[in-house]
Design a protein around this ligand. Structure first.
Ligand SMILES: O=C(O)CCC(=O)C(=O)O
Ligand SMILES: [Fe+2]
Length: 319
């Protein structure tokens, strides 16, 4: 039974939709699951299911929590999430008037990032050490009614694709924690990529055609000259086209069958957001860490979005 209660037209366990698997055991560095169990967790995630930890395995000390919840939503910077780049140990998304708080926030996000890495290293041993650690984020803005331009709206169903950070086939695994003490974080999900992706790709031609060798040479040159996205792998181009097309399609957003999930205060959940179409409707104050999982670490590489799109295209889509 899942504490993130689905309430929607689509019941849990329907083929082509996500299930939520609630994990009540306390896993940590001292208590890691046996290998087969860890592989099973990976398999569930890769199939588009959600792993929920009703009681977050990440301990956030009271003083850290107070600091995060105490931030006022006044300045323009609060229209963006605050990102933490672990490799550079740097935060972005604050404006110049908030530099005094930057060091403090950087410390808190660094802590969340490190604790998440430690937890996932113990739980998902098949991925351990093979991932590329992407950004962490703090989401202090109420999602209900949050203004954003169409393609940046997270209240519309989409599969994640990062326009400026192509993954070249690596998968996007995100680990969220709702640090709000009283309010659920509410998501919708719809058909998973395995069901939606091939149909969509065939219908809309989201897979870019093979360029001529002249086009490829021109793109390579542009890339060498520093033009961003000039050498975007066809995989990322497809996923990004799909992301945008979904958000532009009001009829799809309105009529596609959906599931609704409520993630309670102090819960954590993880999900491959490149194969679970998701939208956040309500909630304020969440932390998140993103992991990029290479094809070589996947338990079921044959069901990844890359394999699905390459099956439709009949050719390799990475570079
Ligand atoms: O903040 C959330 O709960 C999810 C938002 C989302 O879709 C995203 O960050 O890609
Ligand atoms: Fe998303």
């Amino acid at each position: 039974m899942c504490a993130a209660t689905p309430s929607s037209a689509v019941a849990g366990g329907v083929a082509g939709f996500s299930r939520c698997i609630s994990i009540e055991e306390k896993f940590d560095a001292q208590n890691i699951p046996p290998v087969e169990r860890a592989r099973e967790f990976c398999r569930e995630l890769e199939a588009g299911n959600i792993l929920l930890f009703p009681e977050s395995p990440i301990r956030i000390p009271a003083d850290e929590r107070e600091l995060l919840l105490g931030r006022k939503q006044t300045s323009s910077a609060y229209h963006k999430n605050i990102a933490y780049r672990p490799k550079e140990d740097r935060i972005t998304g604050l404006d110049s008037s908030e530099q005094a708080e930057a060091a403090e926030l950087r410390r808190l996000l660094k802590n969340y990032s490190e604790r998440s890495v430690e937890f996932l290293s113990g739980l998902l041993t098949p991925y351990k050490g093979k991932w590329k650690l992407d950004y962490a984020s703090f989401r202090p803005i109420e999602e209900k009614g949050r203004p954003a331009r169409l393609h940046a709206r997270n209240d519309l169903l989409h599969f994640d694709s990062f326009p400026t950070r192509p993954t070249n086939g690596a998968r996007i695994l995100r680990f969220f924690t709702n640090i709000n003490p009283v309010q659920n974080r509410v998501w919708l999900t719809a058909e998973t990529f395995a069901t939606f992706g091939p149909r969509f790709a065939k219908k809309t031609g989201v897979i870019p055609p093979v360029g001529s060798s002249v086009t490829r040479a021109a793109r390579l040159l542009a890339s060498k000259l520093g033009v961003p996205g000039a050498m975007k792998p066809p995989y990322d181009e497809s996923m990004h086209r799909c992301h945008n097309a979904m958000k532009e399609d009001a009829a799809y957003q309105e009529s596609t069958p959906k599931q609704r999930w409520e993630f309670p205060p102090n819960s954590s959940w993880m999900v491959f957001t490149d194969c679970v179409s998701h939208a956040v409707l309500e909630g304020q104050y969440a932390l998140e860490q993103t992991f990029l999982i290479p094809q070589s670490a996947l338990v079921e590489p044959g069901s990844s979005p890359l394999a699905i799109l390459e099956g439709v295209a009949g050719r390799a889509l990475t570079i």
